[in-house]
Write a protein that binds this ligand. Structure first.
Ligand code: MTE
Ligand code: MO
Length: 240
């Protein structure tokens, strides 16, 4: 699942603008000139395929944010099936690909230049602990929309640098509070908690929330290996 890497930083900014035009989302990137942006929107706009468009237009029910005072910094235990992988944030790339019109890769600076969201939610692990956490990052739905899923794409696979893997249904992936985060409790995300980039969402159990995500792949089918813990017998949907 190779996709062209954005090597030139200037080009990449332009490419992001093109992608945002294609998405129909009207993303305005921080620090970018708006004149280039409006040129791109008018020249390259194409509607999204129906199902993703519907998901964008009919936002799902939001989980109420908890107050900042509810954050429990000590309660979030580190869970890792085999330690923290070494990732150089300078050379890190997120790849988005699969059954999409436009595969792309983004580096951390590019991800951090996209509009971000913050939320305070409860993380729940099946092992019997929970923690209120503030997370900050990019809505996964924005990345999915940039990639323009092909009609029939219904699942989203996540590959992690430690060999962990997960799959989600598209609807849960498009939930406005399903985020790819690089920030936790007001600080940059720590390596143990999944830096440079991890999933965070109030609608799924902890094991669905992959840390150290390097690749997001849209698929039309659910393949036999659905997730690291699921393949050991845990429930796939794992909704909260
Ligand atoms: N790549 C990867 N992601 C992972 C895991 C893992 O072992 N590897 N563990 C999962 C589980 S079971 C939980 S509860 C959360 C824990 O996140 P934390 O370590 O930041 O508290 O990460 C999830 N994501
Ligand atoms: Mo967990």
């Amino acid at each position: 699942m190779e996709s062209p890497s954005i090597s030139d930083r200037l080009l990449s900014r332009r490419r992001l603008l093109q992608l945002s035009g294609l998405s129909g989302l009207g993303l305005v990137l921080g620090g970018c000139g708006t004149s280039l942006y409006s040129d791109q929107v008018n020249s390259v706009f194409e509607p999204l395929n129906q199902s993703v468009e519907e998901l964008l237009l009919n936002p799902q029910k939001l989980i109420p944010n908890l107050p900042l005072s509810a954050i429990e910094p000590e309660a979030l235990l580190i869970n890792s099936f085999q330690g923290t992988p070494k990732i150089d944030p300078q050379s890190y790339l997120l790849s988005v690909n699969g059954d999409v019109e436009r595969s792309f890769t983004l580096n951390l600076a590019e991800l951090q230049s996209m509009p971000s969201t913050s939320m305070v939610i409860r993380h729940v692990c099946v092992e019997g602990w929970a923690a209120v956490v503030q997370w900050g990052g990019v809505p996964l739905r924005d990345l999915i929309a940039l990639a323009k899923p092909k009609p029939g794409a219904k699942y989203v696979y996540f590959k992690s640098a430690d060999g962990y893997y997960e799959s989600w249904d598209l609807v849960s992936s498009m939930h406005p509070q399903t985020l790819m985060v690089y920030q936790k409790n007001g600080q940059p995300l720590s390596p143990e908690n999944g830096a440079p980039l991890r999933l965070a969402s109030p609608i799924k159990l902890g094991y669905k929330q992959s840390k150290w995500v390097t690749e997001i792949t849209l698929t039309k089918q659910l393949y036999p290996m659905t997730g690291y813990w699921e393949d050991k017998g845990y429930e796939w949907f794992a909704g909260l």
